[in-house]
Design a binder for this molecule. Structure first.
Ligand code: SF4
Length: 448
C-alpha cells in the first residue's frame, strides 16, 4: 500500500523531512534532523540498515548537519517512517519537524578549548521549536545556530539566529549571517536561550508581516528595519552589548573572530594535517572523516559505526567519529573517506546530477572526480571546482574558480564563473570537458 505521505511530495527548493519526503530523481529523499548532531553508533547502524533495505543505499550529509536517506520507494515510506519513529527520530507532525533547523558545534563536549558544551542548549532549543506551535509559521529554511566556540566553531556558518558562547554561561545573540556579519542584539544566559528564541521567532513573524513584501530570512528583515524593534521586544531577556571591544563577552567575541579567521568546508581545524586524530586532554579521541560531495553508502556508515561509539554530524559534509577504535582509520580509508586536509577531493562540489535529480543529464560526481584525477596538482591553487547538473546551481549558486554547467548531456566550462554564465568553452562531452579544465588550469599556471 502506498503511504499517504507519498501523495504529498515536497517541491524542489523546499526543505524535506521524514514527514515531508521529497521526490527527486532516484526516489524519495528523507532528511532526518538529529538533535545537536549527536548520533549514537547503534542508531547509525539502524539508519544504514534502513537505507540499504528500503532505499538505494546512498546516504547524504547535508550542509545543515542532517542525514538524508535516498532512493526510498513509495511503498517503503511507511515502514521507514515507522522505524525512524521507533528510534525517536520523527516529530509529532510535519510542521513541528520543519522548524527544527538547529546547528550545534559538532565538537561540543569533546573539545576542552570550547567555551561551553552546548549540546544541552541545542537539544532544548530543538524541543522548544517543535513544541511552540506559534513558531510553525516560520519559513522552511529559517535556521538557528548554537556555537560553543573551540576548534569546531560555527563562525562561518550563516543562519538566521545565532547564539555564540562568550563564556561558560552566556551567549551573544545576533541576527542573520555568519559570526562576523550577523547583527548583534546583546547577551543572554544559557538557560534563557529557548525563551529568547521563541520571542525572536514571534518577533520575526510579526515584524515581517508589516512589510509589503515580507522577507523570508532574518537578514532581509534586519536590512529592512534594523535591530531596534527586536531589542525593544527582548529587553527583559537580553542584556545590552558592552562597549565595542571593551566589555566582558564582547571583547571575547572580537577575539574569537580574530582567531577563527575563515573556514572552508570541511572545517580545517578538524581534518588532521598529518596526525591520525585528536586526543585533547582527557576528552575522548575523535577522528574526522569527510566524503566526496557529502555522500556515503549505507555499507560505509555501518562499517564506521562498528569502529566508534558515537558520530557527530557536521555541516561540512564530514562525520566525526567519537572514541574511534584503533582500526577506525583503516576502515574509513578502505571505504574511500577523506582523511587528509590535502585530499584534492575536498575541492570538488557537485549536485546530484543525473540519477539523483530529474533535471540532471550528466553524472556530475563522476565528472568532478575525473577532474581531480586528471588535473592533480593543478588543483592545489584552486579553491573550488563546481560541476553543476544545470544552470540552477543547487550545490553552489555563486562563483567558483572552475564551473562546469551541464545541459543535454554536455558541459559548458568556465573559470571564475557561476553556473550558466557565458563562456567560449561550450557543448563539451564529459571527457572533453575534463580535458579542457586541465588545459585551462595549465594555461593559468604557466601564464600562457
Ligand atoms: S543544479 Fe543539479 S540538483 Fe539542482 S536542479 Fe540542476 S541538476 Fe538538479
Amino acid at each position: 500500500m502506498t503511504s499517504p505521505v507519498a501523495n504529498q511530495p515536497r517541491r524542489r527548493g523546499t526543505c524535506p523531512g521524514v514527514l515531508a519526503p521529497m521526490r527527486v530523481g532516484d526516489g524519495f529523499l528523507l532528511r532526518v534532523r538529529v538533535p545537536a548532531g549527536v548520533l549514537h553508533a547503534d542508531h547509525a547502524r539502524r539508519f544504514a540498515e534502513l537505507g540499504d533495505r528500503y532505499g538505494n543505499g546512498l546516504i547524504d550529509l547535508s550542509q545543515r548537519g542532517n542525514l538524508q536517506l535516498r532512493g526510498i520507494a513509495d511503498d517503503a515510506l511507511e515502514p521507514v517512517t515507522d522505524a525512524l519513529r521507533a528510534m525517536g527520530h520523527v516529530s509529532a507532525d510535519a510542521a513541528s519537524e520543519a522548524v527544527r533547523n538547529v546547528l550545534c558545534s559538532p565538537t561540543a563536549g569533546l573539545d576542552p578549548s570550547a567555551l561551553m558544551d552546548v549540546r544541552g542548549v541545542a537539544r532544548t532549543l530543538d524541543a522548544r521549536l517543535a513544541e511552540d506551535t506559534a513558531l510553525h509559521g516560520l519559513p522552511p529554511k529559517f535556521g538557528w545556530l548554537v556555537c560553543g566556540g573551540g576548534i569546531g566553531h560555527l563562525a562561518d556558518s550563516g543562519t538566521d539566529v545565532r547564539f555564540d558562547a562568550v563564556d561558560a554561561e552566556r551567549f551573544r545573540v545576533s541576527l542573520g549571517g555568519t559570526l562576523a556579519k550577523a547583527a548583534p542584539l546583546g547577551l543572554c544566559r544559557a538557560e534563557d536561550v529557548a525563551d529568547v528564541a521563541s520571542a525572536l521567532g514571534r518577533a520575526f513573524l510579526d515584524l515581517r508581516a508589516s512589510l509589503p513584501e515580507p522577507p523570508r530570512r532574518m537578514a532581509g528583515l534586519v536590512a529592512a528595519i534594523g535591530t531596534a524593534p527586536f531589542v525593544t521586544r527582548l529587553s527583559a531577556q537580553i542584556s545590552p552589548p558592552p562597549p565595542s571591544g571593551g566589555g566582558l563577552g564582547w571583547g571575547q567575541v572580537a577575539h574569537l573572530m580574530e582567531v577563527f579567521g575563515s573556514a572552508e568546508p570541511p572545517h580545517p581545524n578538524l581534518l588532521p594535517r598529518g596526525e591520525k586524530g585528536f586526543r585533547v586532554g582527557e576528552a575522548p579521541a575523535f577522528l574526522t572523516t569527510a566524503f566526496p560531495f557529502g555522500r556515503l553508502t549505507a555499507a560505509t556508515l555501518a562499517a564506521l559505526a562498528s569502529s566508534c561509539v558515537e558520530f557527530r554530524i557536521t555541516p561540512w559534509r564530514a562525520l566525526i567519529l567519537v572514541a574511534p577504535s584503533s582500526d577506525a582509520e583503516s576502515i574509513a580509508r578502505a571505504h574511500g573517506a577523506i582523511l587528509s586536509h590535502a585530499d584534492r577531493r575536498l575541492k570538488l562540489t557537485a549536485c546530484s546530477g543525473a540519477g539523483g535529480c530529474d533535471v540532471g543529464t550528466t553524472d556530475t560526481h563522476a565528472t568532478a572526480l575525473a577532474i581531480a584525477d586528471r588535473a592533480g596538482p593543478l588543483l592545489d591553487h584552486v579553491r573550488m571546482v563546481h560541476v553543476s547538473g544545470c544552470a540552477k546551481g543547487c550545490a553552489h549558486p555563486a562563483i567558483a574558480d572552475v564551473t562546469l554547467t551541464a545541459r543535454d548531456g554536455v558541459y559548458d566550462v568556465a573559470l571564475s564563473a557561476k553556473p550558466g554564465d557565458a563562456t567560449p568553452h561550450t557543448g563539451l562531452s564529459p571527457a572533453d570537458a575534463v580535458a579542457r579544465v586541465a588545459d585551462l588550469l595549465t594555461e593559468e599556471s604557466t601564464g600562457a
